[in-house]
Design a protein around this ligand. Structure first.
Ligand code: ADP
Ligand code: MG
Length: 657
């Protein structure tokens, strides 16, 4: 008996829908992608009941002829690719030719379309219910396409049951639309929810060059989030190194051997992060994607500028030859795979790192505000305890940070310019930063306008303005003032950062870290597993001044420690390092990372063991911090400095609205 039969078109479509259409947000995504592929300048999205009862997407794109309107509802009908080879270079959002028939098979579906470039005022309307064509007729309509999807999954009750609450489904839709809005600032988006207007994003004119696109993106971010703060512009390009396959002919489908990569957008300044990935937006050729390698690259790039358990805030666009990336690995096209994953990851990490390092105070970023010059003509000589104010170092005196050459910021025109870019403070979501009232801003009239850029003074990184030491509270928080307002420094965090970079510098120069013999060497016994783990780290530990040697199968002898680690239980110290090493996972670039982890732990213990610092030492600390490459966070990513400008103070005291 024959048991196998071909599935009907309708069943096949429903099966495809199972993959592509997970929830109302998938419908919105597919329809909006189609509008964007059709060169729409305006896209209007309306939903009702979280998209369960209605999703309507209207655009002013190319539209379709009557024949195309019918054909687009067939499975595997697409205008975007023709041949299998085309899959290797996809430049559109869609290409699978599955979305429309899938959606139409699980909803009550109406397509209304009129060709933009045709003379006829008449369009076409197609009505389908659960995959059955009910009606095709001529219909008057504006040029462009409108797709209306009602009662999603009405014929798949099991599927419908799995939908979440209306607010949850709405949130998914809004999230996707945010991404589309960020990727296409030149397109106007309108979003209506249950009859209420949620967004009306005007189209933003933008050029092809990165500065113009950054400006457009910044404006779109502002429109979507009501302001972005603490974001640093990224503009990085590099060539991807070819894969070396000695003696082997490259296969025909390996893609090009070299290609260029460009990464641009915004990333959070050190200390700006989130507890979730929610504000971490990464696009590959304008497509919002999830890619583990890219997530890793971000972490690697931030390195010590990110607190444990926190995620970077970013909106980054990776542009790469379409042939160097595979977008056809996920039915909803959410994931991508790079042909040279390792290279892409390395370059993205480098881009992030270079951007963060540009924030470091350096000679190229010398900026004096007139007021600070007038106030501090010469350095004072008395320590602050006598009630004197004193400038802790001056702007521009700092030399370039001596940092591992691999991490050294490029001192080029772009870098010099970048430090004068507005440096804001909080990531997405908060209102734009106010300009400090005391700052002499020659263009203060324009600064008051809502679209004005941040005044130059606020754009200057905190460590590039003079700071005066006022005192210490709680034996930990150093109180300083600048011409912009109040500055607090966590002296432990700052000290940790300074020690950490000094240690890394030494490592970079291959110097042996100072090490002090213990009067009474101690033995440390470990579990077999820990012992073998520690054994691998002995060289890194030794270089950092921790004298540990094998003493037996599972026993180690600790006979030296870095001199600044005092008053610490040596055994507990070794165990702490071990825990940190294990917790870090050491997935990336093992040796370097191991050294960094050890260095971080050493610094933390060193700082904990210290007595409170006195005035001159604190001044030296601020000065040392100015020499750091990543001065604004401790090695664990916590902030070293907090600034509260006069505007914020005035707000807190109710002096301004
Ligand atoms: P894909 O986008 O993968 O090609 P779809 O099923 O989403 O597959 O769409 C099928 C085809 O219908 C598209 O290739 C395109 O030619 C046409 N189409 C769909 N939506 C629109 C639209 N909004 N404007 C113009 N053409 C459209
Ligand atoms: Mg599509």
């Amino acid at each position: 008996m024959n048991r196998i039969r071909l599935l009907s078109e309708q069943v096949a479509n429903q099966i495809a829908a199972g993959e592509v259409i997970e929830r109302p947000a998938s419908v919105v995504k597919e329809l909006v992608e189609n509008s964007l592929d059709a060169q729409a300048g305006r896209v209007t999205v309306e939903i009702q009941a979280g998209g369960r009862s209605l999703v309507r997407v209207a655009d002013d794109g190319t539209g379709m002829s009557r024949d195309d309107a019918l054909l687009c509802l067939e499975r595997h009908a697409t205008s975007k690719i023709r041949l299998a080879e085309d899959l290797a270079g996809i430049a559109t959002m869609g290409f699978r030719g599955e979305a429309l028939p899938s959606i139409a098979s699980v909803s009550r579906f109406t397509l209304t379309t009129r060709e933009r470039d045709s003379q006829s005022p008449e369009g076409t309307q197609v009505v389908i219910s659960g995959g059955k064509m009910l009606e095709v007729k001529a219909a008057g309509s504006a040029p462009g396409t409108t797709v209306e999807v009602r009662h999603l999954f009405f014929n798949l009750p099991a599927r419908r049951k799995f939908l979440r609450t209306e607010p949850t489904e709405s949130a998914h839709i809004q999230h996707y639309l945010t991404l589309a809005g960020l990727a296409f600032p030149e397109v106007a988006f309108t979003f209506q929810k249950d009859g209420r207007l949620i967004w009306q994003l005007p189209a933003i004119k933008s050029g092809n060059d990165v500065p113009a696109r950054l400006a457009a993106l910044r404006e779109r971010l502002r429109a979507l989030y009501g302001g972005e703060q603490g974001l640093l512009p990224v503009d990085f390009s590099a060539a991807i190194r070819p894969i070396e396959t000695p003696g082997e002919e490259p296969g025909p489908d390996l893609g090009p051997q070299t290609s260029n990569l460009r990464l641009w957008g915004f990333i959070g300044a050190p200390g700006v992060s989130r507890l979730t990935r929610e504000d971490q937006h990464v696009f590959v050729n304008r497509r919002p994607v999830q890619n583990r390698g890219l997530n890793f690259a971000l972490f690697e790039g931030y390195h010590t500028a990110l607190m444990k358990g926190r995620y970077p805030v970013c909106c980054l666009f990776l542009e790469i030859d379409p042939a160097a990336v595979d977008v056809n690995i996920h039915p909803a096209k959410r994931e991508v795979r790079f042909h040279q994953e390792g290279e892409v990851r390395r370059l993205v990490a480098q881009a992030v790192r270079e951007t963060l390092l540009r924030l470091a105070p350096g000679p190229q970023s010398t900026v004096h505000s007139p007021r600070s010059e007038e106030r501090s003509p010469q350095p004072a000589v008395h320590p602050p305890e006598r009630g004197e104010r004193r400038d802790v170092g001056e702007v521009g005196q700092a030399s370039l940070p001596s940092f591992p050459s691999g991490l050294r910021p490029a001192v080029d025109a772009a870098a010099a310019q970048a430090v004068t870019q507005p440096v804001l403070r909080m990531g997405f979501g908060a209102p734009p930063p106010p300009s400090p009232p005391e700052t002499p801003a020659p263009q203060s009239a324009s600064a008051a306008a809502p679209t004005a850029r941040v005044t130059p003074a606020a754009a200057v990184p905190l460590l590039n303005v003079p700071l005066r030491l006022l005192g210490v509270v709680g034996r930990l928080y150093v109180v300083l003032e600048s011409d912009r307002g109040l500055v607090l420094m966590d002296q432990h965090a700052a000290h940790e950062r300074v020690l950490y970079e000094q240690m890394l510098n030494r490592l970079e120069r291959n110097d042996q870290a100072p090490s002090q013999r213990l009067l009474l060497p101690e033995t440390v016994e470990l579990s077999a597993r820990d012992a073998s783990f520690v054994r691998e780290q002995l060289p890194a530990l030794g270089r950092l001044g921790v004298g540990l040697s094998e003493f037996g199968e599972r026993t180690f002898l600790l006979d030296a420690l870095p001199p600044f680690v005092k008053g610490v239980d040596p055994r507990r110290f070794v165990l702490a390092i071990l825990d940190e090493l294990k917790a870090s996972g050491l997935e990336v670039n093992t040796l370097r990372l191991a050294e960094h982890v050890v260095a971080k732990t050493v610094c933390r213990h060193a700082v904990k063991a210290r007595d409170p610092l006195a005035g001159p030492e604190l001044e030296a600390l601020v000065q040392d911090l100015r020499h750091c490459a990543m001065p604004y966070t401790c090695p664990h990513g916590r902030p070293t400095l907090i600034e509260m400008n006069f505007r914020e103070l005035e707000k807190k005291f109710g002096r301004t609205a």
